[in-house]
Design a protein around this ligand. Structure first.
Ligand SMILES: [Fe+2]
Length: 440
């Protein structure tokens, strides 16, 4: 794929001004960071009718949403697919949209849902009867399953390094707890990001939730939030009873994954709160013994960067996750890696979720170098380096979490820990819950 330096391409003045304004609006950025690497702009080198920015995401138990963009306005929203190379036994049609953002007008953004699909199976597909053939593998129906978790991805040379490391070892589903493109209102960077991640996001489902860099609003002149994000990265929110693309949940291979929204209402009277209550009430630990949650601004954080920014949400929602015995909570936002013990209400608690901050995917802002001293006993490993994480859920009771630093070979695990599912911990289920738990 052709890549060119960003400074050769970014010549539009208005978006740059917006970009600067947006950076200003993101708050205090005075904390110390390791030097970032060069931003890369991934150019469009196919024809206008060819698909670009192809990515896929899970929908329900056995369907996949295929998303792509064409410059050509009359391209068909059609996906042909099958299990043999070049032979497409099935096809499906969908819909397309586009959006305006100041002077920018997006290409046609196509969304097509395909399926039912067989688990753990490779499918070959083509979008819009044009362009190259792509392929993906569906996740397994049963454990084991391996998730890759990367936050604050961006589109720098660090991003490319992270994705290369991710790609060097197989996995099933990519989870991203916010801050995708760092377009920050400069819309061509959304297109560049889509092209950069296409080789990866067209092969494995990418499930994302929003970060602050997706907001892209300005008082009075552009009050609408998440316009590009919602148009380009629709997630299966309706399937989980959510009314917003900013929070949703899904099940895959005995795992219930809850994607929360740090930048929409989360108080006890909010739709998100009510939705989370209903989702957690319906979790069946027999079908999904593992429950994990992702959100952007961390609830626990000993870095000086973004200190306290997740505190309101923690106070509002932590009790719900604790009572439901959620196993793990992943966050981004802080550009470093940090793993905590199991926690509830600022105290170590063997029945609380294990918290991980993994906002070190490759953003253009550099790393958050400064951790507070003395270290908190709740924080078990912390390091400001770029990298990615892997959660391999081996069976109903055990999973292995590992963190892979970019400047190491992929075989080297900088941090790793075995985790036992709370579902298997009798001590964490009260007398009332014990009966139901034992019935599992
Ligand atoms: Fe962020």
């Amino acid at each position: 794929m052709m890549m060119a330096k960003c400074n050769k391409c970014l010549v539009v003045i208005i978006p740059l001004l917006l970009h600067i304004l947006c950076l200003h609006s993101l708050g205090n950025d005075s904390f110390s960071r390791q030097p970032s690497r060069q931003l890369i702009f991934t150019a469009h080198n196919r024809s206008d009718s060819d698909p670009q920015q192809v990515h896929i995401s899970l929908v329900g138990e056995d369907h996949m949403r295929v998303s792509w963009v064409t410059e050509e306005k009359h391209s068909e929203s059609l996906v042909e697919y099958g299990t043999k190379k070049g032979e497409y036994s099935t096809n499906a049609t969908g819909e397309h949209t586009s959006y305006n953002y100041f002077l920018y007008k997006s290409g046609m953004i196509h969304q097509v849902q395909i399926g039912p699909l067989r688990p753990n199976t490779t499918y070959y597909y083509r979008c819009g009867v044009s362009g190259p053939e792509f392929s993906f593998k569906t996740p397994p129906h049963k454990l084991p399953i391996e998730f890759v978790v990367v936050g604050d991805l961006g589109q720098t040379e660090w991003t490319a390094s992270t994705l290369k490391h991710v790609d060097s070892k197989d996995y099933d589903v990519f989870l991203l707890p916010g801050d995708l493109s760092y377009a920050d209102s400069h819309q061509p960077l959304w297109d560049s990001f889509g092209r950069l991640v296409e080789p990866y996001a067209s092969r494995r489902p990418w499930m994302v939730t929003e970060g602050n860099h997706e907001i892209e609003s300005f008082p009075i002149i552009h009050p609408q939030v998440f316009k590009a994000y919602n148009a380009r990265w629709p997630m299966p929110y309706k399937e989980s009873g959510s009314t917003s693309n900013l929070y949703y949940s899904f099940e895959v291979a005995a795992t219930h994954v809850i994607m929360l929204g740090s930048y929409t209402h989360f108080d006890a009277h909010s739709k998100q709160y009510t939705w989370l209550q209903s989702v957690l009430a319906k979790v069946d630990r027999k079908r999904t013994p593992w429950v994990i949650a992702l959100l952007h601004a961390p609830w626990y954080n000993t870095n000086e960067a973004h200190e306290g920014e997740g505190e309101d949400m923690r106070q509002a929602m932590e009790g719900l996750l604790y009572e439901a015995r959620v196993d793990l909570v992943f966050a981004g936002h802080v550009h470093a890696y940090e793993r905590f013990t199991r926690i509830y209400d600022n105290k170590a608690d063997s029945c609380g979720p294990l918290y991980v901050t993994i906002g070190d995917g490759g953003n253009r802002e550099g790393l958050a170098l400064t951790f507070k001293k003395p270290p908190s006993p709740l924080s078990l490993y912390r390091e400001p380096s770029f990298g990615h994480g892997r959660l391999r859920i081996v069976n109903e009771t055990h999973a292995f979490w590992s963190w892979h630093r970019n400047n190491d070979t992929d075989a080297f695990i900088a941090d790793g820990v075995w985790i036992e599912s709370l579902r298997s911990s009798k001590a964490c289920w009260g007398a009332h819950d014990q009966v139901a738990h034992e019935e599992l």
